[in-house]
Design a protein around this ligand. Sequence first.
Ligand code: GAP
Length: 450
Amino acid sequence: MAKADLMDKIVSLAKRRGFIFQSSEIYGGLNGCYDYGPLGVELLRNIKEAWWRDMTLREDIEGLDSSILMHPRVWEASGHVENFTDPMVDCKECKARFKADQLEESECGNRAYKGRKAIKCQEEGKFTEARNFNLMFKTYLGSVEDNSNTVYLRPETAQGIYVNFLNVKESSRQRIPFGIAQLGKAFRNEINTKNFLFRTREFEQMEMQYFINPEEDEKWFEYWKEDRINWYKKYGMKKNKMKITVHDKLAHYAKSAVDIEYEFPFGWGEIEGIHNRTDYDLKRHTEYSGKKIEYFDDLTKQRYIPFVIETSAGASRSLMAFLVDSYDEEEVIKENSDGSKSSEIRTVLRLHSYFAPVKAAVFPLVNRDGMQDIAHNITEDLRKYFRVFYDDSGAVGRRYRRQDECGTPFCFTVDSQTLDEGTVTIRERDSMAQERVNKDNLKEVLLARI
Ligand code: GAP
């Protein structure tokens, strides 16, 4: 399948099945913003929950939820006011705006120059000089809209962690090395949003800052690099679709940095960054706030400003990677009502069962002989523990196909044997294999398989 077609198919499935909608669609949409539908919100929650559990169910990592709006000095100290910019140029004729470093990829929006690479228009003087454009969204605190009240929507969750380092260390009595994990919204006024959820203006990050003795930075950098790539593998991401890329151009705060990249249909793209941020952030906050942020090790009697190893993943970008990775089409043979056989294409999301938005679907084979009541009762019992979907419309084969597209790992079907001997079929999404299980312990059956 052509890669462009694959992306189109995923975007279309995401809308059709209720994963992702364009924001404010009835008004024509808002560029770079998306809404998560009934299945999308569950998938996103499951990804975030998996990350949160894996990060915080260990002795050396504490959780945090800091506010999105922070003191404006935070962003001066972090370097974002000065450095979080993209150079951009404007076309003097059509007024379209481009990232100056991406002109070779962009086309000028001017009708007169349709299909023409923007670089050409620049050479011919149709563009303004490059100017720096800050990517932070600004707003005002309180009722007076002037510069003294400017605050920013956070462009990363990390700074909320640094400014709370002392609070968390003292309240949790953690000793170095230890980490602080936070997940939440971040906002960037990206010049070019593109590729569905890949680069949006509002997104969620899952970040963890690990505070260490500066002498141990290389050891911990390697540890977290390994740990994070294994996290994606643990949830089923294909190994041959991931790679680690070392940054040759480092951000202003980093001593070393790598990206975990995923091969999307439009090419390789970063899903998570692992950075050795040194003591840059804590030092800068000490300087800008006047509050000493340091650590005293009472065993070794060393006093130092900790170094930080950061793991920074995009929740929405990971969701897109998991969607792409799990999308599959395969040819299957189906039996027709007259007994003949034909082939059809089955579309299936092979999501890890922990991530699957719906864990099981329950069907009565036919709508008679009390099968619906039994299926309803099973659904209600299972709903105390899992997200379960009841469906009694259409042929059972079509119901399976619908659930395959939603990534539902298991389907239970109530049939005439259920009436006779109290068993139902369980059908597994990936292999389509079926077996019979007792209808009275389906909770245990599901728990054992998820
Ligand atoms: N605190 C470090 C930091 O924010 P980053 O590389 O700018 O580093 C980390 O962002 C992760 O956040 C990226 O790997 C990506 O997954 C996600 N991310 C960044 N910008 C994004 C955007 N505009 N839309 C969606 N996800 C984004």
